[in-house]
Write a protein that binds this ligand. Structure first.
Ligand code: HSE
Length: 371
């Protein structure tokens, strides 16, 4: 088979994972790697600081973008597609914001744009939505799609404080350059928007959604919850309503033993609810080699000319809120006022409050789901 030449944009945690994973593949060579400054890397690598060495290089067949951030990544992806090069990207920010127009551009230029690594790191979720479940009407997608917050919440359950847990997640290469995207829920919202685009043909703008992060969670909250038989994860859900989509990302409380609470480290789990039941996909959601797995799989898909997904006609639907019961913490970490479904209010100390709850200073609200 003809050798495929790759232009790699970025050599951070994921870029290094891609270089490592590609070194084990036959007939795929990295022709050039774009970095900001060559001093930090091994002199044998085919580095460049000039993106034209990749975008205008006729040898290069596929551009792999792992720089992250909107610009200049978006401009480079557009230029690569316009140059007739196929693109593989892990960039959820760019895909969530510009997915439909980049897909249109790829069709117009007879190139392929694949982005499996943009959601769930090493999990084949987009593949499952595009191929495996393509004949099934999908009702909802729900899951833990951010490894950093999963890691932090899990560490905090063990007693570590928030900033130490975040520092560890950064050292392990899970967190975004600006970790507030993870912590405040926007990384999850972007991934959910991409899943919604493929599952419901409706491209959501994440910043219009109901998005809450975990910056207000304290280890004392988590330890108190554990003692009560509950745990918390940052969960996103998008569900199809008759004329709208429900969309929420929020720290959510579950009874101990729930699937999400068994996720450790940077693991992700996504459930796709269709007529066939719920298909669960679970595994490493962040980190260099995990994400590289999805990127190399997209490269091989392009090499073997497996057809890209069919053109999607995107529809307009309005966004809806998803209402749940809420647990409310007062500023005093020992005080929890849970609003829970009637059937579950048998535990001691539960107080049913009116819903929705008026905003009140000193109160922190968490969604509660019984499932
Ligand atoms: N910061 C992301 C996460 C990386 O923690 O899940 C993978 O998308």
């Amino acid at each position: 088979m003809k050798t495929t030449h790759i232009g790699l944009l970025g050599l951070g945690t994921v870029g290094k994972g891609v270089a490592e994973a590609l070194s084990h593949q036959h007939s795929v060579v990295i022709e050039k790697i774009l970095v900001r400054c060559t001093d930090r890397y091994h002199a044998d690598l085919p580095l460049t600081t000039d993106v034209r060495d990749i975008l205008e290089n006729p040898e290069i067949d596929i551009v792999v973008e792992v720089m992250g951030g909107i610009e200049p990544a978006h401009t480079y992806l557009v230029a690569a597609l316009e140059q007739g090069k196929s693109v593989v990207t892990a960039n959820k920010e760019v895909i969530a914001r510009f997915g439909p127009e980049l897909m249109t551009l790829a069709r117009q230029t007879h190139t392929t744009l694949l982005f499996e690594a943009s959601v769930g790191g090493g999990l084949p979720i987009l593949d499952a939505l595009t191929w495996h479940l393509r004949t099934m009407p999908i009702h909802a997608i729900e899951g833990v799609v951010n490894g950093t917050t999963n890691f932090i919440l899990h560490q905090m359950e063990q007693g570590m404080n928030f900033s130490e847990a975040l520092k560890r997640a950064q050292n392990l290469g899970f967190a975004e350059q600006d970790p507030s995207a993870d912590i405040d829920g926007w990384d999850s919202a972007r991934k959910l928007a991409i899943l919604s685009g493929l599952a419901f043909h409706t491209w959501i703008h994440p910043d219009q959604g109901q998005v809450t992060g975990i910056s207000h969670v304290r280890s004392s909250h988590l330890q108190r919850l554990t003692r009560m038989g509950f745990g918390m994860r940052l969960v996103g859900r998008v569900e199809r309503h008759p004329t709208s989509l429900g969309f929420v990302v929020a720290p959510t409380v579950y009874p101990l033993g729930h699937r999400y609470l068994t996720l450790t480290g940077s693991q992700n789990a996504v459930g796709i609810v269709s007529d066939a039941g719920t298909t669960w996909i679970e595994g490493p959601g962040a980190g260099g080699l995990a994400t590289a797995t999805s990127i190399v799989s997209d490269i091989q898909r392009i090499r073997f000319m497996i057809p890209d997904r069919e053109p999607i006609r995107f529809e307009n639907r309005r966004l809806d809120h998803i209402d749940d019961a809420y647990l409310v913490f007062a500023e005093d970490p020992n005080q929890i006022l849970p609003i829970i479904p009637e059937t579950l209010k048998s535990g001691p100390g539960f107080l049913i409050l009116p819903f929705p709850l008026p905003p009140e200073e000193g109160l922190v609200q968490y969604r509660y789901r019984a499932k």
